[in-house]
Ligand binder design. Sequence first.
Ligand code: PLP
Length: 455
Amino acid sequence: MRAAPPPLAVDPTALSRLLGIALDALREGAQARGGPFPAGGPGAVARRIAALGAVLPETGTGPDEALRTLARVLAEGAADPAHPLCAAHLHTPPLALAAAADLAASALNPSMDSWDQAPAASALEAEVTAALAAEVFPDAKTPDALVTTGGTESNQLALLLARERHGAGLRTVVGANAHHSFRRAAWLLGLPEPVVVPAPHGTMDPAALAEALDQDGPTLVAATAGTTDEGLIDPLPEIADVCAAAGAELHVDAAYGGPVLFSRTHRRLLDGLDRARTVTVDLHKLGWQPAAAGLLAVRDAADPAVLGHTADYLNADDDTEAGLPDLLGRSLRTTRRPDVLKTAVTLRALGRSGLGSLVDTCMELARDFADLVEKAPGFDLHARPTLTTVLFRPTGAEDETVAAIRRTLLAEGRAVLGRATADGRLWLKATLLNPHTTPADLADILTLVEGSTHR
Ligand SMILES: *Cc1c(COP(=O)(O)O)cnc(C)c1O
């Protein structure tokens, strides 16, 4: 007799029982880890994974064992973005409600490539993208936004849309502080390598930009609102003026800084953002979504029309003429998760002010941490933070020492800090994205760094 197939995700009894197992495993794994990061380095982690035995056994171990074992070992070996001492990257601690919404999305499994696989999810996506596009471009007549896997895909799409407007001779101009994804996007799209404009103090120099634009031919300038290394914002109004004077188009990579729009207190930092033609925003950074939650906002909904594509089984012309929404032109992907559900739930649950106050909290944490560094004897602060990134280093340390401190804390599993080069020196980087972080946690970061400096 053949065994019954395993229960499906729509079976609430099965799902809720397995969810209990997964949550227990997460808790046990986190306890075994006992800190923000697994101690012992790559070898120790890889050995625990290898010790699990066959990845594809001839006879399976059953759902309970497999889920408990693998979820536990993953949690034990995780870099835990919800731990206050895990602050290296734009690696966000996801909100519980967003993760729960993502579970609902997984259970329903709508696929966003055709209306007959995602009737409500596609209608919801249309509402959410329209609303978020209007946040970015409040004065635009027909703003729109495409859902992406993140900043990398958004930047690539922005370059693709510009290439389709201007042809493969399009020049792209980026700051020396721009994200590495622009170079790859240009390579992938067959565009000339981006021209790089100096960013002497971590932000693009508008005068140098004006010089770089002193040439004929179509040009797309990519500015950054929230640089990866320092969390700085390029002078957007000046850059927009330079672009307008030179007839160049502007894209702003606000993967990191974009959600500052939700904050009444800080949104002025993004003045000039709406003068861009396209804007990248990630909600899996300052937006507290589990990955992926990327957007490319466009000022003019006509721009993405070039992504239109027909495949008879998904969006036959007669189906479209009969009124079935055509989704294939909303992405370069085909099968696509309904990432918009968790975002929609978060926007509705928290509202603009709720999200804004989470942004404000993280901005305050960064200022508090900068205060601590400034007051602490034996530490240098690189600069007062603009967003939530703070660069600091032990006074007088060699770059090799700074790099070694970071690796020591990783090897011991005690803290996860980033690194960045600024003003020709290597700095430790704390990227504060966890609104539950306390002043005591911030003090712990300095204490730990101090403790591993003189060893
Ligand atoms: C994170 C980031 C990206 C890349 O985004 P992914 O979501 O990792 O693809 C691009 N640009 C900036 C400024 C970023 O901070």
